[in-house]
Ligand binder design. Structure first.
Ligand code: PRP
Ligand code: MG
Length: 212
């Protein structure tokens, strides 16, 4: 039987809410926690647990048909990928922050500065759009520590509660984009698999409606 292959974040903030959404949609997942693949006994679905940043490429390659992923990751790595549904959870911002004690009046203050980030494409298009030239330092995690260790003058990273910024003595000065979890679709999805996607979307919409 044809099944839809869905990618879900392996670990991290989206993982739990993504599985909860499937469960609320009446889809059980047989879950050995350490398995990277699971399937549903009551819906034609296979679940792949993958690293966030790898998911856009898996969608592009057609290794999975759909994914639950942060919009911010698609903006960074998958502008070409179709979004079928916004899911309303994991809301966050991708923001620029500078040390609290540093004066910041406008974007022009970023000119010539060193900016640390895991979102180089997002930052570059923001800088280009605003005609600012700056130096990017690409790091994959714990970005907020960069100004404190003298690696950068500013950072761009995800802000959710704001507690990581607060703990690192940083202040948010620009919001580059607002993001939430979305259901993304592979460009290679087969017509018969798209039918399963439509059933899934119908169920997800009912769940989201009931939550309002
Ligand atoms: C994420 C993100 C921010 C933080 C934002 O990091 O990179 O640092 O969460 O959340 P907050 O505003 O609620 O504090 P995460 O803890 O997932 O770790 P990582 O950066 O090492 O991936
Ligand atoms: Mg972090």
């Amino acid at each position: 039987m044809n099944k839809i292959r869905i990618a879900i974040q392996k670990s991290g903030r989206l993982n739990e809410d993504s599985l909860a959404l499937l469960k609320d949609s009446g889809i059980s997942i047989d879950n050995g926690k350490d398995q990277l693949k699971a399937s549903s006994p009551n819906f034609p679905m296979e679940v792949f647990y993958l690293r966030n940043g790898d998911i856009p490429q898996y969608l592009r390659d057609g290794v999975v048909d759909i994914a639950i992923i942060g919009e911010n990751v698609l903006v960074e790595k998958g502008e070409d990928i179709e979004i079928a549904e916004k899911l309303g959870f994991s809301k966050c911002r991708v923001s620029m922050a500078v040390p609290k004690g540093q004066s910041y009046k406008s974007m022009a203050d970023l000119s010539g500065k060193r900016i640390a980030t895991s979102y180089p494409n997002t930052v570059n298009s923001f800088l280009e759009k605003n005609g600012i030239e700056a130096d990017l330092h690409i790091i994959t995690g714990s970005v907020e520590i960069a100004p404190n260790i003298g690696l950068a003058d500013a950072i761009v990273d995800i802000v959710s509660s704001g507690s990581t910024l607060f703990k690192n003595n940083l202040k948010e000065v620009e919001v580059l984009l607002k993001s939430e979890a979305v259901l993304a679709v592979s460009p290679g999805i087969k017509p018969e698999t798209r039918e399963i996607l439509e059933q899934l979307r119908f169920r997800i919409r009912s769940v989201l409606k009931a939550q309002q």
